[in-house]
Ligand binder design. Structure first.
Ligand SMILES: Cc1cc2nc3c(=O)[nH]c(=O)nc-3n(C[C@H](O)[C@H](O)[C@H](O)COP(=O)(O)OP(=O)(O)OC[C@H]3O[C@@H](n4cnc5c(N)ncnc54)[C@H](O)[C@@H]3O)c2cc1C
Length: 388
Protein backbone atom coordinates (compact mmCIF):
# COMPACT_ATOMS: atom_id res chain seq x y z
CA UNK A 1 0.00 0.00 0.00
CA UNK A 2 1.31 3.49 -0.84
CA UNK A 3 1.98 5.91 1.99
CA UNK A 4 -0.64 8.62 2.47
CA UNK A 5 0.21 11.48 0.13
CA UNK A 6 0.87 14.79 1.86
CA UNK A 7 -1.22 16.76 -0.61
CA UNK A 8 -4.93 16.63 0.25
CA UNK A 9 -5.93 16.90 -3.38
CA UNK A 10 -3.83 14.06 -4.72
CA UNK A 11 -6.74 12.73 -6.76
CA UNK A 12 -6.92 15.70 -9.13
CA UNK A 13 -4.86 15.83 -12.36
CA UNK A 14 -1.14 16.62 -11.83
CA UNK A 15 -1.42 19.93 -13.68
CA UNK A 16 -4.36 20.94 -11.47
CA UNK A 17 -2.39 20.05 -8.34
CA UNK A 18 0.55 22.10 -9.67
CA UNK A 19 -1.74 25.03 -10.33
CA UNK A 20 -3.16 24.70 -6.82
CA UNK A 21 0.39 24.91 -5.43
CA UNK A 22 1.27 27.94 -7.54
CA UNK A 23 -1.88 29.80 -6.44
CA UNK A 24 -1.12 28.87 -2.83
CA UNK A 25 2.45 30.20 -3.08
CA UNK A 26 1.12 33.39 -4.64
CA UNK A 27 -1.63 33.80 -1.98
CA UNK A 28 0.82 33.25 0.89
CA UNK A 29 3.08 35.93 -0.60
CA UNK A 30 0.37 38.62 -0.55
CA UNK A 31 1.04 41.36 2.00
CA UNK A 32 -1.09 40.57 5.05
CA UNK A 33 -2.90 43.69 6.17
CA UNK A 34 -6.26 42.02 6.86
CA UNK A 35 -6.23 42.70 10.62
CA UNK A 36 -5.86 46.48 10.22
CA UNK A 37 -8.28 46.58 7.29
CA UNK A 38 -10.84 44.60 9.30
CA UNK A 39 -10.70 47.21 12.06
CA UNK A 40 -10.97 50.17 9.69
CA UNK A 41 -13.37 48.52 7.24
CA UNK A 42 -10.84 49.05 4.43
CA UNK A 43 -10.35 47.32 1.11
CA UNK A 44 -6.98 46.27 -0.28
CA UNK A 45 -7.00 47.52 -3.84
CA UNK A 46 -3.31 46.56 -4.10
CA UNK A 47 -3.99 42.93 -3.27
CA UNK A 48 -7.04 42.97 -5.55
CA UNK A 49 -4.79 44.16 -8.37
CA UNK A 50 -2.14 41.54 -7.56
CA UNK A 51 -4.79 38.79 -7.76
CA UNK A 52 -5.96 40.27 -11.07
CA UNK A 53 -2.43 40.32 -12.47
CA UNK A 54 -1.99 36.68 -11.38
CA UNK A 55 -5.10 35.81 -13.39
CA UNK A 56 -7.59 34.89 -10.68
CA UNK A 57 -10.48 37.20 -11.60
CA UNK A 58 -10.95 35.94 -15.13
CA UNK A 59 -10.07 32.28 -14.61
CA UNK A 60 -13.19 30.67 -16.12
CA UNK A 61 -13.67 33.24 -18.93
CA UNK A 62 -12.36 32.55 -22.44
CA UNK A 63 -8.80 33.62 -23.22
CA UNK A 64 -9.94 35.76 -26.16
CA UNK A 65 -11.51 38.18 -23.63
CA UNK A 66 -8.54 38.16 -21.26
CA UNK A 67 -9.72 35.18 -19.22
CA UNK A 68 -7.87 32.04 -18.20
CA UNK A 69 -10.04 29.51 -20.06
CA UNK A 70 -10.04 27.21 -17.02
CA UNK A 71 -12.66 24.54 -16.40
CA UNK A 72 -14.85 24.76 -13.31
CA UNK A 73 -12.90 22.23 -11.22
CA UNK A 74 -9.59 24.02 -11.93
CA UNK A 75 -11.21 27.35 -11.07
CA UNK A 76 -12.52 25.91 -7.80
CA UNK A 77 -9.10 24.52 -6.90
CA UNK A 78 -7.53 27.93 -7.49
CA UNK A 79 -10.14 29.58 -5.27
CA UNK A 80 -9.60 27.00 -2.55
CA UNK A 81 -5.86 27.73 -2.69
CA UNK A 82 -6.57 31.46 -2.54
CA UNK A 83 -8.81 31.01 0.53
CA UNK A 84 -6.19 28.76 2.13
CA UNK A 85 -3.24 31.07 1.56
CA UNK A 86 -4.75 34.56 1.80
CA UNK A 87 -5.95 35.60 5.26
CA UNK A 88 -8.08 38.45 3.92
CA UNK A 89 -11.38 36.54 3.69
CA UNK A 90 -13.23 39.72 2.73
CA UNK A 91 -10.96 40.31 -0.26
CA UNK A 92 -11.42 36.70 -1.38
CA UNK A 93 -15.19 37.11 -0.99
CA UNK A 94 -15.14 40.31 -3.08
CA UNK A 95 -13.17 38.53 -5.81
CA UNK A 96 -15.70 35.68 -5.80
CA UNK A 97 -18.63 38.10 -5.96
CA UNK A 98 -16.98 39.91 -8.88
CA UNK A 99 -16.39 36.67 -10.79
CA UNK A 100 -19.83 35.10 -10.40
CA UNK A 101 -21.96 38.21 -10.67
CA UNK A 102 -20.07 40.20 -13.30
CA UNK A 103 -17.51 38.17 -15.27
CA UNK A 104 -19.80 35.16 -15.77
CA UNK A 105 -23.00 37.01 -16.81
CA UNK A 106 -21.20 39.45 -19.15
CA UNK A 107 -19.40 36.51 -20.79
CA UNK A 108 -22.53 34.33 -20.95
CA UNK A 109 -25.14 36.90 -21.96
CA UNK A 110 -23.19 39.86 -23.37
CA UNK A 111 -23.20 40.90 -27.00
CA UNK A 112 -19.83 40.75 -28.71
CA UNK A 113 -19.53 44.52 -28.21
CA UNK A 114 -20.38 44.30 -24.49
CA UNK A 115 -17.90 41.46 -23.97
CA UNK A 116 -15.13 43.36 -25.71
CA UNK A 117 -15.91 46.52 -23.80
CA UNK A 118 -16.08 45.02 -20.30
CA UNK A 119 -14.49 41.59 -20.05
CA UNK A 120 -10.77 42.40 -20.49
CA UNK A 121 -10.94 44.92 -17.62
CA UNK A 122 -13.10 42.67 -15.42
CA UNK A 123 -10.73 39.73 -16.02
CA UNK A 124 -7.57 41.72 -15.30
CA UNK A 125 -9.13 43.31 -12.20
CA UNK A 126 -8.67 46.80 -13.60
CA UNK A 127 -12.46 47.06 -13.43
CA UNK A 128 -14.55 45.94 -10.46
CA UNK A 129 -18.07 44.63 -10.90
CA UNK A 130 -21.10 44.04 -8.71
CA UNK A 131 -24.69 42.96 -9.14
CA UNK A 132 -27.65 44.66 -7.56
CA UNK A 133 -30.55 42.34 -6.87
CA UNK A 134 -31.53 42.56 -3.20
CA UNK A 135 -33.91 45.32 -2.13
CA UNK A 136 -35.00 46.40 1.34
CA UNK A 137 -38.29 44.48 0.90
CA UNK A 138 -37.01 41.72 -1.38
CA UNK A 139 -34.21 39.52 0.02
CA UNK A 140 -34.79 35.77 -0.10
CA UNK A 141 -37.77 36.57 -2.29
CA UNK A 142 -35.43 38.24 -4.80
CA UNK A 143 -37.98 38.06 -7.60
CA UNK A 144 -40.29 40.21 -5.49
CA UNK A 145 -38.09 43.16 -6.48
CA UNK A 146 -39.74 46.48 -7.25
CA UNK A 147 -36.98 48.42 -9.03
CA UNK A 148 -38.29 49.47 -12.40
CA UNK A 149 -36.86 50.02 -15.86
CA UNK A 150 -39.29 52.17 -17.84
CA UNK A 151 -38.89 52.52 -21.61
CA UNK A 152 -37.99 56.09 -22.55
CA UNK A 153 -36.87 57.20 -26.01
CA UNK A 154 -33.75 55.28 -27.00
CA UNK A 155 -33.30 53.64 -23.62
CA UNK A 156 -34.67 52.97 -20.16
CA UNK A 157 -35.09 54.97 -16.96
CA UNK A 158 -34.20 53.02 -13.80
CA UNK A 159 -35.71 53.69 -10.38
CA UNK A 160 -35.45 51.84 -7.09
CA UNK A 161 -33.24 51.02 -4.11
CA UNK A 162 -30.86 48.09 -3.88
CA UNK A 163 -29.32 46.95 -0.61
CA UNK A 164 -26.35 44.87 0.68
CA UNK A 165 -24.46 45.26 -2.61
CA UNK A 166 -20.98 43.75 -2.35
CA UNK A 167 -18.26 45.79 -4.11
CA UNK A 168 -20.65 48.69 -4.86
CA UNK A 169 -18.45 51.34 -3.17
CA UNK A 170 -15.49 50.41 -5.39
CA UNK A 171 -17.34 49.21 -8.50
CA UNK A 172 -16.82 50.46 -12.03
CA UNK A 173 -19.70 48.41 -13.41
CA UNK A 174 -23.05 47.64 -11.79
CA UNK A 175 -25.36 44.95 -13.14
CA UNK A 176 -28.75 46.38 -12.24
CA UNK A 177 -31.77 44.07 -12.10
CA UNK A 178 -35.07 45.86 -12.70
CA UNK A 179 -38.60 45.03 -13.71
CA UNK A 180 -39.21 46.19 -17.28
CA UNK A 181 -42.63 44.60 -17.74
CA UNK A 182 -45.22 45.89 -15.32
CA UNK A 183 -47.35 42.80 -15.73
CA UNK A 184 -44.40 40.43 -15.22
CA UNK A 185 -44.32 38.49 -11.98
CA UNK A 186 -41.55 36.56 -10.28
CA UNK A 187 -38.62 35.94 -12.63
CA UNK A 188 -40.67 37.05 -15.65
CA UNK A 189 -40.41 40.60 -16.95
CA UNK A 190 -37.04 41.35 -15.30
CA UNK A 191 -34.16 42.81 -17.27
CA UNK A 192 -30.51 43.47 -16.47
CA UNK A 193 -28.62 46.64 -17.31
CA UNK A 194 -24.88 47.28 -17.45
CA UNK A 195 -24.58 50.60 -15.65
CA UNK A 196 -21.25 52.38 -15.55
CA UNK A 197 -20.38 53.80 -12.13
CA UNK A 198 -20.94 57.54 -12.06
CA UNK A 199 -23.91 57.44 -14.42
CA UNK A 200 -26.29 60.26 -13.52
CA UNK A 201 -29.01 58.97 -11.19
CA UNK A 202 -27.02 55.92 -10.01
CA UNK A 203 -26.03 56.78 -6.46
CA UNK A 204 -23.78 54.53 -4.42
CA UNK A 205 -24.37 55.23 -0.74
CA UNK A 206 -21.80 55.23 2.07
CA UNK A 207 -20.20 51.84 2.81
CA UNK A 208 -22.18 49.70 5.26
CA UNK A 209 -20.65 48.70 8.60
CA UNK A 210 -20.98 44.98 9.16
CA UNK A 211 -20.15 42.07 11.47
CA UNK A 212 -17.71 40.20 9.22
CA UNK A 213 -16.16 40.32 5.77
CA UNK A 214 -15.41 43.90 6.73
CA UNK A 215 -12.66 44.13 4.12
CA UNK A 216 -15.23 43.49 1.40
CA UNK A 217 -16.90 46.84 0.69
CA UNK A 218 -20.71 46.91 0.58
CA UNK A 219 -23.35 49.61 0.24
CA UNK A 220 -26.86 50.44 -0.91
CA UNK A 221 -27.42 51.72 -4.43
CA UNK A 222 -30.18 54.18 -5.25
CA UNK A 223 -31.51 54.50 -8.80
CA UNK A 224 -33.14 57.87 -9.22
CA UNK A 225 -34.35 58.43 -12.79
CA UNK A 226 -31.14 56.86 -14.05
CA UNK A 227 -31.19 56.85 -17.86
CA UNK A 228 -29.33 54.07 -19.68
CA UNK A 229 -29.25 53.53 -23.45
CA UNK A 230 -30.80 50.43 -24.98
CA UNK A 231 -27.29 49.11 -25.67
CA UNK A 232 -26.76 48.80 -21.91
CA UNK A 233 -29.23 45.94 -21.64
CA UNK A 234 -27.60 42.59 -20.93
CA UNK A 235 -29.33 39.66 -22.61
CA UNK A 236 -32.92 39.60 -23.79
CA UNK A 237 -35.49 42.09 -22.49
CA UNK A 238 -37.65 40.49 -19.80
CA UNK A 239 -35.32 37.47 -19.42
CA UNK A 240 -33.28 38.76 -16.49
CA UNK A 241 -34.47 35.78 -14.43
CA UNK A 242 -32.19 33.56 -16.53
CA UNK A 243 -29.20 35.80 -15.84
CA UNK A 244 -29.97 35.65 -12.11
CA UNK A 245 -30.18 31.84 -12.23
CA UNK A 246 -26.89 31.58 -14.14
CA UNK A 247 -25.02 33.84 -11.70
CA UNK A 248 -26.47 31.96 -8.74
CA UNK A 249 -25.64 28.60 -10.30
CA UNK A 250 -21.98 29.59 -10.52
CA UNK A 251 -21.90 31.50 -7.26
CA UNK A 252 -23.51 28.80 -5.12
CA UNK A 253 -21.26 26.18 -6.67
CA UNK A 254 -17.95 28.03 -6.54
CA UNK A 255 -18.03 30.56 -3.71
CA UNK A 256 -17.67 27.85 -1.11
CA UNK A 257 -14.39 26.58 -2.62
CA UNK A 258 -12.57 29.42 -0.89
CA UNK A 259 -14.23 28.48 2.42
CA UNK A 260 -12.73 24.99 2.13
CA UNK A 261 -9.32 26.64 2.06
CA UNK A 262 -10.18 28.89 4.99
CA UNK A 263 -11.31 25.90 7.09
CA UNK A 264 -8.12 24.04 6.25
CA UNK A 265 -6.00 27.01 7.32
CA UNK A 266 -7.89 27.24 10.61
CA UNK A 267 -7.68 23.48 11.20
CA UNK A 268 -3.90 23.57 10.75
CA UNK A 269 -3.63 26.52 13.14
CA UNK A 270 -5.61 24.49 15.70
CA UNK A 271 -3.37 21.44 15.25
CA UNK A 272 -0.26 23.57 15.83
CA UNK A 273 -1.78 25.35 18.82
CA UNK A 274 -3.14 22.21 20.48
CA UNK A 275 0.24 20.48 20.19
CA UNK A 276 2.07 23.42 21.65
CA UNK A 277 -0.30 24.67 24.37
CA UNK A 278 0.16 22.76 27.65
CA UNK A 279 -2.29 22.61 30.55
CA UNK A 280 -2.21 20.25 33.55
CA UNK A 281 1.25 19.12 32.44
CA UNK A 282 0.48 17.99 28.90
CA UNK A 283 -0.43 19.39 25.47
CA UNK A 284 -4.14 20.13 25.22
CA UNK A 285 -4.12 17.96 22.04
CA UNK A 286 -3.93 14.98 24.39
CA UNK A 287 -7.41 15.78 25.73
CA UNK A 288 -9.90 13.90 23.59
CA UNK A 289 -12.51 16.64 23.76
CA UNK A 290 -9.98 19.04 22.20
CA UNK A 291 -8.62 16.56 19.65
CA UNK A 292 -12.16 15.58 18.60
CA UNK A 293 -13.00 19.18 17.75
CA UNK A 294 -10.01 19.28 15.43
CA UNK A 295 -10.87 15.86 14.00
CA UNK A 296 -14.32 17.27 13.19
CA UNK A 297 -12.60 20.12 11.34
CA UNK A 298 -10.72 17.58 9.22
CA UNK A 299 -14.02 15.83 8.43
CA UNK A 300 -15.53 19.22 7.50
CA UNK A 301 -12.63 20.11 5.17
CA UNK A 302 -12.61 16.79 3.33
CA UNK A 303 -16.41 16.46 3.04
CA UNK A 304 -16.72 20.08 1.92
CA UNK A 305 -14.05 19.73 -0.75
CA UNK A 306 -15.68 16.57 -2.04
CA UNK A 307 -19.08 18.25 -2.30
CA UNK A 308 -17.73 21.40 -3.96
CA UNK A 309 -15.55 19.64 -6.54
CA UNK A 310 -18.34 17.20 -7.34
CA UNK A 311 -20.54 20.16 -8.32
CA UNK A 312 -17.64 21.50 -10.40
CA UNK A 313 -17.27 18.16 -12.16
CA UNK A 314 -21.02 18.08 -12.85
CA UNK A 315 -20.88 21.61 -14.30
CA UNK A 316 -17.87 20.72 -16.45
CA UNK A 317 -19.85 17.77 -17.81
CA UNK A 318 -22.94 19.83 -18.59
CA UNK A 319 -25.22 18.58 -15.82
CA UNK A 320 -27.93 20.55 -14.06
CA UNK A 321 -26.63 21.33 -10.57
CA UNK A 322 -29.12 23.47 -8.66
CA UNK A 323 -29.83 20.88 -5.96
CA UNK A 324 -26.20 19.71 -5.71
CA UNK A 325 -24.96 23.29 -5.44
CA UNK A 326 -27.55 23.97 -2.72
CA UNK A 327 -26.33 20.89 -0.82
CA UNK A 328 -22.72 22.09 -1.06
CA UNK A 329 -23.56 25.70 -0.21
CA UNK A 330 -25.58 24.79 2.90
CA UNK A 331 -23.10 22.15 4.12
CA UNK A 332 -19.88 24.12 3.62
CA UNK A 333 -21.16 27.43 4.97
CA UNK A 334 -22.50 25.77 8.12
CA UNK A 335 -19.37 23.61 8.53
CA UNK A 336 -17.31 26.80 8.26
CA UNK A 337 -19.22 28.43 11.13
CA UNK A 338 -18.93 25.28 13.31
CA UNK A 339 -15.23 24.96 12.52
CA UNK A 340 -14.55 28.51 13.61
CA UNK A 341 -16.68 28.28 16.76
CA UNK A 342 -14.68 25.17 17.70
CA UNK A 343 -11.43 26.91 16.76
CA UNK A 344 -12.21 29.72 19.23
CA UNK A 345 -12.87 27.06 21.90
CA UNK A 346 -9.62 25.21 21.14
CA UNK A 347 -7.69 28.47 21.55
CA UNK A 348 -9.53 29.36 24.79
CA UNK A 349 -9.24 33.03 25.76
CA UNK A 350 -6.66 33.60 23.02
CA UNK A 351 -9.22 32.51 20.45
CA UNK A 352 -11.48 35.29 21.67
CA UNK A 353 -8.76 37.93 21.18
CA UNK A 354 -8.44 39.72 17.86
CA UNK A 355 -4.68 39.07 17.73
CA UNK A 356 -5.14 35.37 16.97
CA UNK A 357 -7.39 36.10 13.95
CA UNK A 358 -9.77 33.26 14.79
CA UNK A 359 -12.57 35.54 15.96
CA UNK A 360 -12.27 37.47 12.69
CA UNK A 361 -12.58 34.29 10.66
CA UNK A 362 -15.64 33.32 12.74
CA UNK A 363 -17.29 36.67 12.01
CA UNK A 364 -16.41 36.25 8.32
CA UNK A 365 -17.84 32.71 8.28
CA UNK A 366 -21.31 33.73 9.51
CA UNK A 367 -22.07 35.67 6.32
CA UNK A 368 -21.77 32.44 4.34
CA UNK A 369 -25.06 31.14 5.69
CA UNK A 370 -26.80 34.30 4.42
CA UNK A 371 -25.32 35.48 1.09
CA UNK A 372 -26.12 33.68 -2.20
CA UNK A 373 -29.35 32.44 -0.60
CA UNK A 374 -29.65 31.65 3.10
CA UNK A 375 -29.28 28.12 4.47
CA UNK A 376 -33.06 28.01 4.81
CA UNK A 377 -33.46 28.85 1.13
CA UNK A 378 -30.88 26.18 0.14
CA UNK A 379 -33.00 23.66 2.06
CA UNK A 380 -36.11 24.84 0.18
CA UNK A 381 -34.24 24.16 -3.10
CA UNK A 382 -33.14 20.72 -1.87
CA UNK A 383 -36.64 19.85 -0.64
CA UNK A 384 -38.08 20.92 -4.00
CA UNK A 385 -35.48 18.80 -5.78
CA UNK A 386 -36.61 15.84 -3.71
CA UNK A 387 -40.19 16.44 -4.80
CA UNK A 388 -41.32 17.61 -1.35
C1 LIG B 1 -22.14 39.42 3.11
C2 LIG B 1 -23.33 39.61 2.20
C3 LIG B 1 -23.12 39.98 0.88
C4 LIG B 1 -24.21 40.19 0.02
N1 LIG B 1 -23.98 40.62 -1.25
C5 LIG B 1 -25.03 40.89 -2.08
C6 LIG B 1 -24.82 41.40 -3.40
O1 LIG B 1 -23.69 41.59 -3.84
N2 LIG B 1 -25.90 41.69 -4.17
C7 LIG B 1 -27.18 41.49 -3.74
O2 LIG B 1 -28.10 41.74 -4.49
N3 LIG B 1 -27.41 41.02 -2.47
C8 LIG B 1 -26.38 40.72 -1.64
N4 LIG B 1 -26.59 40.24 -0.36
C9 LIG B 1 -27.96 40.06 0.10
C10 LIG B 1 -28.35 38.60 0.30
O3 LIG B 1 -28.55 37.99 -0.94
C11 LIG B 1 -29.60 38.59 1.19
O4 LIG B 1 -29.20 39.07 2.47
C12 LIG B 1 -30.19 37.21 1.34
O5 LIG B 1 -30.71 36.74 0.11
C13 LIG B 1 -31.28 37.18 2.40
O6 LIG B 1 -32.20 38.21 2.26
P1 LIG B 1 -32.59 39.13 3.52
O7 LIG B 1 -31.31 39.56 4.14
O8 LIG B 1 -33.52 40.16 3.07
O9 LIG B 1 -33.29 38.16 4.56
P2 LIG B 1 -34.82 37.66 4.51
O10 LIG B 1 -35.15 37.16 3.17
O11 LIG B 1 -35.68 38.72 5.09
O12 LIG B 1 -34.74 36.43 5.50
C14 LIG B 1 -34.82 36.54 6.92
C15 LIG B 1 -34.90 35.13 7.50
O13 LIG B 1 -36.10 34.47 7.00
C16 LIG B 1 -35.74 33.27 6.35
N5 LIG B 1 -36.62 33.01 5.21
C17 LIG B 1 -37.02 33.88 4.26
N6 LIG B 1 -37.79 33.27 3.36
C18 LIG B 1 -37.88 31.97 3.74
C19 LIG B 1 -38.51 30.81 3.22
N7 LIG B 1 -39.23 30.84 2.06
N8 LIG B 1 -38.38 29.64 3.88
C20 LIG B 1 -37.65 29.59 5.03
N9 LIG B 1 -37.02 30.64 5.56
C21 LIG B 1 -37.12 31.82 4.94
C22 LIG B 1 -34.30 33.48 5.89
O14 LIG B 1 -33.64 32.26 5.66
C23 LIG B 1 -33.72 34.26 7.05
O15 LIG B 1 -33.37 33.37 8.09
C24 LIG B 1 -25.53 40.01 0.50
C25 LIG B 1 -25.72 39.64 1.84
C26 LIG B 1 -24.65 39.45 2.69
C27 LIG B 1 -24.90 39.05 4.13
Amino acid sequence: MRAAAPAPIEWVAPEQAEFFDSVLRFARGLPDDAGDLDRSGGFSRQNWDRCGAFGIHGLPAPEQYGGGGADVVTTMLALEALGYGCKDNGLVFSINAHMWTSVIPVWTFGTEEQRRRWLPGLCSGELIGCHTITEPEAGSDAFGMKASGRRSGEGYVLNGRKTFITNAPVADLLLVFARTEETGIGPFGLSVFLVEAGTKGCLVEAPADKMGLRTSPMSDVVLDDCFVPEAAMLGTPGKGGEIFQTSMRWERACIMASQVGVMRRTMEACVAYARHRRQFGKPIAKYESVADKIANMKIAVEASRGLVLRVGWLMDHGHETSMDAAVAKAFVSEANVRTHLDAVQVHGGYGYMTEFEIERALRDAVGGTIYSGTSEIQRRIIARGLGL
